[in-house]
Ligand binder design. Structure first.
Ligand code: ATP
Ligand code: FE
Length: 355
């Protein structure tokens, strides 16, 4: 099966071609046209600008993906497109293009949940067997999922406010470090003392897998303003210590909550138990190291797909489309874009699929 995947739910316009042969999969092309520069001046993604950029770039992205794969539309077996959740303008652009291509070629159309794309990536890269535990940590998401099937996910818990990536980005902004905040905060933290400033460990005292990261920003702000009041500004060392303290708090919360999620997952009795991560925050060295240790202690395999497949891309959408198609899922011309679409209630995707 060879599928074209289309992704436009946030600030990356992407198209990819993936070929699957049984459990083997091959990414024939994966084009990602990021919009970071377009939004840089605004300190965040501006939905209107994102929507216009997607509309302008999607066609070319698809053309490039096909060209790099050395294929034409008639060589495909289906078209997968992110139908949500995300910024509605962008999702709509992708869905309209996919519908047009499907209508023009007669190819099957498969709407994909963006989060399912992330969550199924370890099957694309490593053929991971169900059920596995997934920690999705990005700029917009933070949740534990047990993946049992292409459309079967249970959510064990997640952040009740900011996602960790968002917290890294806000930390960078408050300290005048470049965006995206993750890499710059990690780099600063490497030379800092994590014990100099006291950061809370939100919700560790509460049972379950839910997390909270917005309080870390408040703690950071207080510490920063204290330093500014005291000596009129921040030194390089102050900044490094603040980053180190913040990052240590995120690492500890994620590690402890992952321990708990693994305890819940143990009841699945998986033959090949595994913990996989996805999302840009999975690039963080200390976070990866902590999760590796937690998985090892639980006797569970740890897997982190390569970064370009951890962040937004269309190969994961093509793959999730193939998985859903194999399970009998497909959509008609009434496929709609959904700004909100929780993964553990996948029913909306099935509208028009005859299921
Ligand atoms: P989503 O895909 O959930 O809509 P997104 O597009 O913002 O959100 P990704 O592209 O997966 O998410 O990841 C980007 C986020 O990852 C940013 O918030 C960025 O700061 C964070 N990030 C990237 N590298 C690191 C790192 N080394 N440490 C911590 N965070 C990081
Ligand atoms: Fe994403």
């Amino acid at each position: 099966l060879t599928f074209l995947g289309i992704e436009s739910s946030c600030d990356d316009t992407a198209a990819a071609v993936v070929r699957a042969d049984g459990a083997q999969a091959q990414i024939l092309s994966s084009v990602v046209d990021g919009q970071t520069a377009l939004h840089a001046a605004f300190g965040g993604v501006v939905p209107e600008i994102a929507a216009r950029a997607h509309a302008e770039r999607l066609d070319l992205c698809v053309e490039r993906a096909l060209e790099e794969a050395g294929l034409g539309l008639r060589d495909l077996d289906g078209i997968a497109v992110t139908a949500g959740p995300g910024l509605i303008g962008g999702v709509l652009s992708g869905v309209m293009l996919a519908k047009g291509l499907a209508a023009g070629t007669g190819l099957p159309l498969v709407g994909v949940n963006h989060l399912a794309g992330h969550a199924l990536t370890p099957r694309l890269t490593d053929g991971l067997a169900f059920p596995y535990l997934m920690l999705l940590v990005s700029g917009g998401h933070c949740q534990f999922l047990i993946a049992r099937g292409a459309e079967e996910f249970s959510r064990l818990g997640g952040s009740i406010d900011d996602a960790p990536g968002e917290a890294f980005d806000k930390t960078a902004k408050l300290l005048g470090l470049p965006q995206p905040g993750g890499p710059s905060v990690e780099a600063e933290a490497a030379t800092g003392d994590p014990r100099r400033f006291a950061f809370p460990r939100p919700m560790l005292d509460r049972p379950g897998c839910d997390m909270s990261f917005s309080g870390l920003k408040t703690a950071l702000l207080r510490a920063r303003d204290g330093l500014v009041a005291e000596k009129g500004g921040l030194t390089r060392a102050d900044r490094a210590d603040l980053c180190a303290g913040f990052q240590a708090a995120v690492v500890e919360v994620l590690a402890e909550k992952t321990r708990r999620a693994l305890a819940v997952y143990a009841a699945e009795g998986a033959a090949e138990p595994a913990l996989a991560v996805a999302g840009g925050v999975a690039a963080n060295g200390p976070i990866r190291a902590a999760l590796t240790r937690v998985a090892e202690a639980a006797g569970v395999r740890f897997l982190a797909p390569p970064l370009r497949l951890c962040t937004d891309n269309a190969a994961m959408i093509a793959w999730a489309g193939i998985e859903r198609f194999r399970a009998g899922g497909r959509d008609g011309m009434e496929l709609s874009a959904r700004p909100r679409w929780p993964l553990d209630r996948s029913a909306p995707a099935l509208i028009g699929s005859g299921k």
